[in-house]
Design a protein around this ligand. Sequence first.
Ligand code: PNS
Length: 162
Amino acid sequence: MRTAVCPGSFDPVTNGHLDVFARASEMADEVVVAVLINKTKSSLFTVEERIEMLEETVAPLGNVRIDAFHGLLVDYCRDHGIKAIVKGLRAVSDFDYELQMAQMNYRLAGVETLFISTNPLYSYISSSLIKEVATYGGDVSGLLPDPVLERLSAKISATLGK
Ligand code: PNS
C-alpha cells in the first residue's frame, strides 16, 4: 500500500489513535493523519492545536505526517491520490457506522477502508470520554501521550476558570 489516510477529529489524540497510526505505518509506505475541519462541531482544541499535538506525538514514526481537510474525505483522497482509509475498530458498537461510511466512501469514489482491531488496552477509550473524565478531575494518565495530557489539563483549567 502506498499512502493510507487515517481521518478523524482527534480532539485530542489518544494512545488508541497512536496505536492505529503506528500499525498503519507498518503496512503503508506513508500514512497521512487527516484532521477534519468541522466548523459546525464544537471542539475543545482548535484545529491548529490538534495538529500541533499530532505532529509532536507522531514524530517518532518516520512515515506519518499530519494534514487537515474539510468537506468529503473521498474528495481529499481523490485530490491526493489516496486509495485507502485506515480506521481503528474498538468494539461492535463502532462497526455499524464505520461499515456505513466505508460502503459510502467506496460507492462515492472506490476508496477502500481497512479496519485495524484496536489494542484491547485502549478499546474502551475515546477522546470524548477522556475529556469528560478529566473535566471532573478523574485520572486519565496513560490513556494519552504525556504532552497531550499536560495540554488537556491546562485547557480544562483555563476553560473552567473562565
Ligand atoms: O474522529 P471522528 O470525529 O469520529 O471522525 C469521523 C470522520 C472525520 C472520519 C468522518 O466524520 C468523516 O470522514 N468526515 C468527513 C466528511 C465525510 O466524508 N462524510 C461522509 C462519510 S461517508
